[in-house]
Structure formats: structure tokens, C-alpha cells
Design a binder for this molecule. Structure first.
Ligand code: 4NP
Length: 150
């Protein structure tokens, strides 16, 4: 069983998309995929309507997801913790209790371009095109992950 957690700041734009995309590429009997935010602004909320729309446009329904905050226990629950940007990376790593926790955390775009520090940009304050761009990036990253697993 491979357990993957997707993390962004708000858990309403990027990581819900990452969760939906990764779930669509892995079967439930061999994987668990979830998402969380480092901030608690939107706990209990559904994803941003623009993320729901871009997912739907690509054949995925993420409307049932509920926002939650990242917690230290997530280090025990997951094997891989993929963050969207360096700020998420710092926020998660500062909660790590030991080197094993730390080793689980990486930028999701490292799956495609290792060691280039490529960030998935926060689309929250922009227009719809930002959400399309984020979708394309995350789709590539998830493809790379599935390829690595197989
Ligand atoms: P996310 O985007 O981290 O991709 O979910 C954001 C969502 C909400 C806020 C910031 C970023 N906010 O400040 O409320």
C-alpha cells in the first residue's frame, strides 16, 4: 500500500487537484491518497470552485473533498508527502520530528525535474488560466510518480 499526501497552503486549490489527479491514476486497493493545507483558513470547506471546474473539464470530480489542516501525525500516516512550493516545504519540514519524517517531504515537481526547485504556483488570486496551468503541471508530476512506482 502506497500512501501519498498532497500539501499546499489552503488545501482548496492545488492539493485537492493533486489528490484527484493522483487518485485517478492509482487503484484504491494499492494506494491511499489524501490532501491537506499548512494553514487552517478553510477547514471543512469544499475545494475552490475554479479547481472543481478544471477537474471536471478533465473528467474528474473533486467536489466531495473537504479541506483539512496538515498535522504532525500525517508523518506516520503517509509514505510520501508532496508539497507544491518552497513555502509549503518549509512549513511541513519544521514540524518533522526526525530525519525519517523529513525524508518523506519533497516538492511535487521534483518528480519531473529533480533538484530544480520548480514550484506549482498558487492560482488563488489569479484567473482561470492559472488553474489550467496548475492542472497540466500536476498531471505530469502524477504520471511520473505512477511510472516510478511501476
Ligand atoms: P492553495 O491556494 O494553497 O493552492 O489552496 C490558496 C487558497 C487560499 C488561500 C491561499 C492560497 N488563502 O489565502 O485563503
Amino acid at each position: 500500500m502506497t500512501k501519498v499526501l498532497m500539501v499546499c497552503l489552503g488545501n482548496i486549490c492545488r492539493s485537492p487537484l493533486a489528490e484527484g489527479i493522483m487518485k485517478s491514476k492509482l487503484t484504491e486497493d494499492v494506494s491511499q491518497v489524501d490532501s491537506a493545507g499548512t494553514a487552517g483558513y478553510h477547514i471543512g470547506n469544499a475545494p475552490d470552485p475554479r479547481s472543481i471546474a478544471v477537474a471536471r473539464k478533465n473528467g474528474l470530480d473533486i467536489s466531495n473533498q473537504k479541506c483539512r489542516k496538515f498535522s504532525v501525525e500525517d508523518f506516520d500516516r503517509f509514505d510520501y508527502i508532496f508539497v507544491m512550493d518552497t513555502s509549503n516545504f518549509e512549513n511541513v519540514v519544521k514540524l518533522a520530528r526526525n530525519p525519517e519524517d523529513m525524508s518523506k517531504v519533497s516538492l511535487i515537481m521534483d518528480l519531473v525535474h529533480p533538484n530544480e526547485n520548480i514550484e506549482v504556483p498558487d492560482p488563488y488570486y489569479g484567473g482561470n488560466s492559472g488553474f489550467d496551468y496548475v492542472y497540466t503541471m500536476l498531471d505530469k508530476a502524477c504520471d511520473s510518480f505512477v511510472e516510478k512506482l511501476s
